[in-house]
Write a protein that binds this ligand. Structure first.
Ligand code: FES
Length: 174
């Protein structure tokens, strides 16, 4: 529960919040893995759904990197989020096979229907829109993934129907 820093010959103890402790646990579990930075970032995002700000100094200190280096890696990989995602993460395939059969129109429609750009989250925090590069469903494009489910041959009307279904599910849960 406590982090011990040794500065100027004096041992300093700083209480870690539960979230910081959970981050430290993930970092400690993987810090000896070769190229530990990426596995650690994946583990933290899997656990929290995003990379909390307080992860940066913990990772930097443990792996002996600068905070700027950790920030640089997080921002280089679009997979990593620095804010919590919406309730549903909608990923639209931007790879060639899907783009050739209407993927471009679909992504424009999705952005305007949800009112967000890629990596954005709707104001009601129900949907986060993300690009993805091939979902392995190339013969049935345009493809999207919502959570763990892949949907093929998604045109704007089908997209709207999916969003309506997901929104209705949210209402039922309340
Ligand atoms: S190109 Fe879209 S699923 Fe492969």
């Amino acid at each position: 529960m406590y982090k011990h820093n040794n500065q100027g010959g004096q041992a300093l103890s700083t209480a870690l919040s539960p979230a910081q402790q959970a981050i430290q646990d993930e970092v400690d579990a993987l810090k000896h893995t070769p190229g530990a930075m990426l596995p650690i970032l994946h583990a933290i995002q899997d656990r929290f759904g995003y990379i909390p700000d307080e992860a940066v100094p913990i990772i930097a200190e443990t792996l002996r990197h600068t905070r700027a280096e950790v920030h640089g890696i997080i921002s280089f990989y679009h997979h990593f989020r620095t804010r919590p995602a919406g309730r549903h993460v909608v990923q639209i395939c931007r790879a060639e096979a899907c783009q050739a059969v209407g993927g471009r129109q679909l992504e424009q429609h999705a952005k305007s229907a949800l009112g967000v750009d890629y990596h954005g989250t709707t104001l009601d925090r129900q949907f986060t829109l993300e690009p993805v590069y091939c979902l392995g469903n190339c013969a049935c494009g345009p493809s999207i993934r919502v959570g763990d489910e892949i949907h093929g041959r998604v045109d704007p009307a089908r997209f709207d129907a999916l969003v309506d279904d997901l929104s209705a599910t949210v209402v039922e849960v309340k």
